[in-house]
Write a protein that binds this ligand. Structure first.
Ligand SMILES: *Cc1c(COP(=O)(O)O)cnc(C)c1O
Length: 465
């Protein structure tokens, strides 16, 4: 999804499509710090085994099995803190729980001063059970059930992001019947669509999320929300895409959201105090990606909003952002054991691992790009063009479409795919009744399972026969 549609893939190893992916790195043993979690290094005293959080991957594989998501806790905390610090006290950072949520993660976020986005009863339950204060939780979704809305209001969530005309009435009604006034934002679609290096400023608002700004619909939603006693309208919300590197999409979005704030002031005589610009900031999946640092993003967004508000003569509202991928994505890699290796003459070598599309659906779903490295030892063998595939009964079961791995790769070697912290475990499935891998947090030479591996017992428990 990050690039325009790819050709089906190279037919011959020597006629690779231009710009499809980089050729083999000069040294396949090198680990690009852009795509690997911060504490990842190769230990050249120990045959080149890779370590993370002070533990080598062979020990991790022995202790926890493969496949496993290995998450660098220090890296997670540092990224969370960097976002928090970058935005300072006049803004809020909501971590988007859908990227990856567990109770340990909720505690880290709480400790680092971040807020949390949830978009289902299950995510809300996870957040509350780990002690996230309800007033630091935002509830999202285009089809929240009555039960979910009621639970969120009862719990006292800080905001519900209203996504439709029906929901405005529904939330107001439920809040009122509970004797409460719920803080809400209205999610609008501003006609900007942003992905990676391009954005479209005139996209059709042809999507399931939000209320279109076009045709005065957003203004009408505001009118209705302001009339309902059960609601306290605190701001406008806009989320424009995912894996975004180019800030100009946010610029256009902010311009349009502020335009609405101005219209609201002119019509109702009120200045809404908050504006949420959503998430979607990109990370490096391969060495070709160059994401911005949180402080650059914070500076750019704050300047954009301030400038727009100044020219509309509005007080600058409190800004919030909702990064998910940009915090958790780079902090984890998936550790796999190599199984069957199948060289196809003149094409490529298929390297099968003990997981696949059940632990990483992004390649099949979005044509996502990843890199991969041999991590259980170093190798100076010639690079071979490889495709890393899973063990599922599906030919689209690809983890890494095009990658170079050492030519002496053998069954039993450990390979790792970096930048799998976001949208991998959270989108994992039980396809083929493959068991979902654990998430293992590493820090200061210790490893701790924060989400355990699924067992066959777990599978059979749901099958009540
Ligand atoms: C998905 C989503 C996010 C997080 O997106 P990332 O790409 O993980 O940063 C933030 N806000 C909303 C409303 C979303 O739907």
């Amino acid at each position: 999804m990050s690039r325009s549609a790819h050709p089906a893939g190279p037919r011959h190893a020597d006629v690779l499509p231009e710009g499809h992916y980089s050729g083999p790195a000069a040294d396949l043993n090198e680990l690009d710090s852009k795509v690997w979690a911060q504490t990842v290094t190769r230990d050249d005293d120990a045959n080149g085994v890779v370590t993370v959080g002070g533990i080598d991957v062979k020990t991790l594989a022995e202790r926890h099995g493969t496949p496993a998501y290995v998450l660098d806790e220090d890296d997670f905390r540092q990224r969370a803190r960097a976002w928090r610090t970058a935005f300072g006290h006049d803004a809020d950072v909501f971590y988007a729980g859908k990227a990856f949520l567990s109770r340990a993660v909720v505690r880290w976020l709480h400790e680092e001063g971040l807020n949390l986005d949830v978009c289902s009863g299950g995510e809300l339950a996870t957040a509350l059970s780990a002690g996230m204060p309800a007033d630091r939780i935002a509830f999202h979704g285009n089809n929240k059930s009555t039960d979910e809305i009621e639970r969120a209001i009862r719990a006292g969530v800080g905001r519900i992001v209203l996504d439709s005309f029906q929901e405005i009435v529904r939330v107001a009604h439920i809040a009122q019947s509970l004797g409460k006034r719920q803080r809400v934002q209205i999610r609008i679609t501003v006609g900007v669509e942003a992905h990676t290096h391009e954005f479209i400023a005139t996209a059709h608002e042809d999507q399931k999320f939000g209320i279109p700004l076009a045709g005065g619909q957003a203004a009408e939603a505001v009118r209705r929300a302001l009339q309902l006693d059960g609601l306290e309208l605190i701001g406008i919300h806009s989320h424009i895409g995912s894996q975004i590197f180019d800030m100009s999409g946010f610029e256009v979005a902010a311009h349009r959201v502020v335009g609405l704030l101005k219209d609201i002031r002119d019509e109702h005589g009120i200045e809404l105090p908050e504006i949420d610009l959503g998430g979607g900031l990109g990370i490096a999946y391969t060495s070709d990606d160059d994401p911005r640092e949180p402080h650059e993003i914070a500076k750019a967004l704050t300047e954009i909003v301030t400038r727009e508000c100044d020219s509309a003569r509005l007080r600058t509202p409190r800004i919030s952002v909702e990064p998910g991928r940009a915090i958790v994505g780079p902090t984890a890699f998936t550790l796999y054991e190599v199984g069957t290796i199948k060289p196809l003459d003149g094409l490529r070598t298929y390297v099968s691992v003990d997981g696949g599309m059940s632990d990483n659906i992004r390649t099949a779903l979005y044509d996502a790009e990843y890199s991969v490295a041999l991590v259980s030892r170093r190798s100076d063998a010639e690079p071979m063009l490889a495709r890393v595939v899973g063990k599922h009964c599906e030919s689209g079961d690809i983890v890494v479409k095009d990658a170079f791995l050492p030519g002496d790769l053998a069954p039993g070697d450990l390979i790792a795919v970096p930048a799998t912290g976001a949208y991998c475990r959270s989108m994992a499935s039980n396809y083929n009744h493959v068991l979902r891998p654990p998430v293992v947090a590493v820090k200061d030479g210790e490893s701790r399972v924060i989400v355990r591996r699924e067992t066959e017992e777990d599978l059979l428990r749901l099958d009540v026969g």
